[in-house]
Write a protein of this length. Structure first.
Length: 410
């Protein structure tokens, strides 16, 4: 089947399966030589819509029947369903399609549902394919996801689109990634045009992804876990740690890609999927590192170097009162601060501040996400404007040339 025909069906011809009080949209694809095989069930969400998987359907259809399920239609208007609720609904949908056993694939926002299904219905899950995984997002990422949700609450889709696309991109390695800015812009433009009917669902998906209240237990079926080498949202180390939840895991690292990997290199993604589904070896694949070591090296954990800055700055809660701080170290994503005014009333109960570094003529918003003892604090920068971010990058690049990197500590 041609990709154009697949796209047409994904846009306009769903199978409707009734689950509780709503109709779930499904798209089933089959072929004369694969009908007897276990189907691959692809979970589409608010960010990766059914049409996003047209190329995967086209190529994988040579090996397996394919079913694409729009999981946003498995939610009620109030979006109160838990991941466990959605897993139960997914089972009902597959039963409605006459599918008993399946290979479930969930990437990014859909990975918690795919993982839950493999735990909850292990007898019916033949294999599992997940990507962008984590046992729980780091606090620095959580607070930025919450900031993006707040933009959606305020109806500011422009800031949301720029903020999320900047968060999902790793600019520290942009020179090693082919057309990284083009893909970031493509993603930003998609977010700007996101159908308003999906916004509430997307907020819920982001919140559930951020909280990562995952099922407990050991996944017994063969599993492919896909992470991207330069993904700073869900890192390869987090993927490595996640493999401990599986009896038969394979961790595949996509080289020279970041969190936008599913968009950046579909060819290598499809080639990897086809090999896994055909029980072929995943080793020695161009663009893929099969990571099967017992430990994860410290030098690979830090994706963005920090620089020993130690410059004077000021933070402002928005009332004009400046609190002196020392900017201990800094990089594109955030900074470590120290203040002797840790008990200042303006620091209590707040996370959003403006940071000014006079010697660098730098003024930027920050989110405090960690307050240690004795006045130490950690913060991430608020990046929600691409033009301002470019100017910010120039400052950081100058700092990188002037100051030494913070050494890694085991």
């Amino acid at each position: 089947m041609k990709k154009s025909d697949i796209l047409f069906r994904l846009r306009s011809r769903p199978n409707m399966i009734k689950v509780r009080d709503f109709q779930v949209k499904c798209y089933a694809f089959n072929g004369p030589f694969v009908a007897h095989k276990t189907p691959v069930v692809i979970l589409a969400d608010s960010l990766m819509r059914p049409t996003f998987f047209a190329e995967e359907v086209e190529k994988l259809l040579k090996d397996r029947p394919l079913i694409v399920i729009d999981t946003t239609t498995m939610r009620s208007n109030n979006n109160q369903e838990t991941i466990s609720d959605l897993s139960t609904s997914l089972k009902h949908v597959l039963e409605g399609l006459g599918v008993e056993r399946s290979i479930v694939m969930g990437m990014g926002l859909s990975f918690p549902l795919a993982y839950q299904y493999a735990i909850q219905y292990e007898k019916f899950c033949d294999r599992l394919i997940i990507g962008g995984v984590t046992s729980g997002l780091r606090d620095s990422i959580k607070i930025q996801i919450q900031q993006q949700i707040e933009y959606l609450n305020l109806g500011d889709q422009k800031k949301f689109a720029q903020g999320l696309s900047l968060l999902f991109s790793n600019f520290n390695f942009k020179d090693r990634m082919d057309r990284s800015e083009s893909y970031r812009t493509m993603f930003e433009n998609y977010l700007r045009k996101l159908d308003t009917s999906l916004v509430q669902t997307l907020k819920t998906e982001l919140e559930q992804y951020s909280q990562a209240n995952l099922a407990t237990g050991l996944v017994t079926c063969p599993a492919l876990i896909i992470q991207a080498e330069y993904d700073s949202v869900t890192t390869c180390h987090e993927g490595f740690q996640f493999t401990k939840k599986f009896q038969q895991p394979q961790l595949a690292i996509l080289e020279c890609l970041d969190h936008l990997a599913p968009l950046q290199n579909k060819k290598v993604m499809v080639r990897l999927l086809r090999r896994f589904l055909s029980d072929e070896s995943l080793s020695r694949m161009t663009g893929v590192e099969l990571y099967n070591k017992k430990n994860y090296p410290l030098k690979r954990m830090q994706l963005t170097p920090r620089y020993q800055f130690q410059q004077v700055g000021f933070i402002d809660a928005g009332n004009g009162v400046l609190i002196p701080v020392e900017v201990v170290d800094i990089n594109r994503n955030g900074c470590r601060l120290f203040t002797t005014f840790a008990d200042h009333k303006d620091l209590k109960g707040r996370t959003h501040f403006k940071l000014t570094i006079p010697d660098r003529d730098l003024e930027t918003e920050i989110l405090l996400f960690d307050r240690g003892e004795g006045g130490s604090m950690r913060a991430v920068f608020v990046h929600d404007d691409t033009e301002q971010f470019k100017r910010f990058e120039n400052v950081i690049e100058l700092i990188a040339m002037e100051f030494e990197e913070v050494p890694l500590i085991a």
